[in-house]
Design a protein around this ligand. Structure first.
Ligand code: GTB
Length: 216
């Protein structure tokens, strides 16, 4: 059955891979699944055809036969549950990997998004200079905890899993700020994710959309 996802017609990041279709592309590549991409403009995202797929008028969406999904957590979990390569077979290890997916989305991503919004959307507000250090401190506190748990391990819990895919994807959003480099083990963890062939293919595919160049 054909899998179709949606992505920005032109990502505001110009192809840095920070828009959320990249994590879905990565999961599909890890699972070895072919997929098609329907590109949508900001205008089209808010129109009824897209809103029927995504109630909040965002990308990415995922269509497979009659199934329509939104939310990258749900999409990646769906892919991981139905195809080998992203979740361990053993029940408890599988539950722990899923826990890391939730941790990435519910515990690590929120302060990172708050930071991104503070930098990009609120920098002209009179209170912005005073608030920013508080927001940065919350990000640093989470990264310190995450680095403590990761230690010198390659991945968060044994072999690479959808938990790592989600965590690396979330952490990547920090790259432009330089904060990630304050935590060398986390920077190395993210770099490990980025060197996976599946990530490279996903990154190249979104870059091709945003630069108009075909992937190598
Ligand atoms: N919780 C949802 C999920 O995980 O699927 C969040 C989806 C979401 O935020 N989608 C964004 C979107 O459609 C694109 S990824 N935004 C349009 C809108 O809301 O109108 C967020 C994003 C956008 C841009 C950059 N960037 O330029 O660096 C990075 C990430």
């Amino acid at each position: 059955m054909t899998i179709t996802i949606t992505a920005f017609e032109r990502s505001p990041d110009g192809g840095k891979g920070l828009a959320r279709d990249t994590r879905v592309r990565w999961a599909l590549e890890e699972a070895g699944l072919p997929y098609e991409v329907r590109l949508v403009s900001f205008k089209a995202m808010k129109e009824s055809a897209h809103l029927a797929l995504h109630p909040f008028g965002q990308i990415p969406t995922y269509e497979e036969g009659g199934l329509v999904l939104f939310e990258t957590g749900s999409i990646v979990l769906h892919i991981a549950q139905h195809h080998a390569g992203l979740l361990p077979a053993e029940t408890q290890a599988r539950a722990r990997a899923i826990t890391w997916m939730f941790a990435a989305l519910n515990t690590v991503e929120p302060p990172i998004l708050e930071f991104a919004n503070a930098r990009l959307l609120e920098s002209d507000r009179p209170w912005s200079k005073e608030r920013l250090p508080l927001v940065v401190d919350r990000v640093r506190a989470r990264l310190k905890q995450l680095a403590a748990r990761l230690g010198d391990a390659g991945w968060l819990d044994g072999a690479f899993s959808a938990g790592d895919l989600m965590m690396v994807s979330v952490l990547l959003r920090l790259r432009p700020s330089g904060i990630l480099d304050e935590f060398p083990t986390l920077a190395a963890y993210v770099a490990r994710g980025e060197t996976r062939p599946a990530y490279r293919r996903a990154f190249a595919a979104q870059l091709a959309v945003n630069t108009g160049k075909a992937p190598d």
